[in-house]
Design a protein around this ligand. Structure first.
Ligand SMILES: Cc1cc2nc3c(=O)[nH]c(=O)nc-3n(C[C@H](O)[C@H](O)[C@H](O)COP(=O)(O)O)c2cc1C
Length: 309
């Protein structure tokens, strides 16, 4: 009997739907015992979000601070598993605050140490640098990342910005104004993610995960858009400055913090709607000269390898 644990966090339930679809074949197999564990917080975030809370989580999320967890003495987390499927979402180009808090906890170290891990991401579309941060945290305690599946909103970037904001601020995953596409990962993509179950099951039964990620890639488990690598890494540099600035300015005075968060909110709007289209044009012009490097980057970010510092 092989033991598999799915650890996940989700506000809307989207990540649970994805994890359930991916593990359908494992669930049906008599030789697999499948457990689910939802990360719980001492104080949960409201869903839907209000504007203030949504931007207020930025500095601590980005700087990978931790918040208090609940239920970490759950017996599930004391068992030793043959495989862990770790399903997470991205907040501000970083694993969400609940996810970082879990990954940095002693219980995560204990349950994940020396265990094969498959990460499953469900986000808007900017997950590449967040996954690098997860890789680093996992490698700190000898967890063995063997696979990654990233499900995103496949609509064009600016459409997905509009629709996700509607979703997160209303809590309803529906077509905004009746004309926009539905936000988030599409129902069809969630349903079709069942196809990843077979290669996972085969690797698990053989006890050999060495070629799992290439099998998952053949099944289109990750699709890297090279332009998003550029945006994600540049935005990370700027976000770091913003996060530190907000923490510093607001250290003793919450109204000062709120003021700087509002400025950050304004900056984000400019960055998304004005700066990013300009960067895109520059990117297109330089694309032919950077072709070799882009190819190398796409290969690396599709893999489960970790860059040496
Ligand atoms: C505060 C916040 C920040 C987010 N930032 C990003 C981001 O940087 N990149 C991205 O692709 N998605 C981002 N998202 C979308 C989430 O990754 C995720 O798709 C959405 O919140 C639904 O997740 P759920 O399963 O918790 O409901 C963000 C969501 C929230 C709430």
């Amino acid at each position: 009997m092989k033991k598999v644990l799915v650890i996940y966090y989700s506000q809307s339930g989207q990540l649970l739907d994805i994890a359930k679809s991916i593990t359908q074949d494992l669930e049906r197999d008599n030789e697999i015992a499948l457990d689910f564990y939802k990360i719980k917080l001492k104080k949960e975030f409201d869903f839907p979000w209000n504007r203030k809370d949504f931007f207020n989580v930025f500095p601590e999320t980005f700087l990978q601070k931790t918040i208090a967890l609940n239920d970490v003495d759950n017996p599930i987390l004391q068992k030793k598993y043959d495989l862990i499927i770790f399903a997470y979402q991205v907040w501000y180009l970083t694993p969400s605050l609940p996810i970082t808090s879990f990954l940095k906890s002693n219980i995560a170290k204990k349950v994940m140490n020396n265990t094969p891990i498959i990460t499953v991401i469900g986000c808007r579309n900017m997950w590449i640098m967040a996954q690098e941060k997860v890789k680093k945290m996992l490698s700190n305690y000898g967890a063995n990342l063997v696979g990654n599946i990233a499900l995103v909103d496949k609509n064009i970037n600016h459409i997905s910005v509009i629709t996700i904001v509607q979703w997160l601020f209303t809590g309803v995953k529906k077509r905004y104004l009746g004309i926009f596409p539905k936000p988030g990962v599409s129902n069809q993509d969630i349903k079709e993610s069942k196809r990843f179950g077979k290669p996972i099951l085969n690797a698990l039964k053989k006890g050999d995960f060495s070629s799992l990620q290439s099998k998952l890639i053949e099944k289109k488990a990750v699709k890297i858009k090279p332009f998003l690598i550029t945006v994600d890494s540049r935005a990370n540099v700027l976000f770091k400055k913003w996060a530190n600035l907000i923490i510093k300015k607001g250290a003793k005075n919450n109204s000062k913090r709120q003021f700087w968060i509002k400025i950050f909110n304004f900056y984000l709007i400019i960055a998304i709607w004005i700066i990013s289209p300009i960067v895109f044009v520059v990117y297109l012009l330089t694309y032919p000269f950077l072709f070799k490097r882009i190819k190398k980057d796409v290969k690396y970010y599709s893999s489960v390898k970790i860059k040496k510092a």
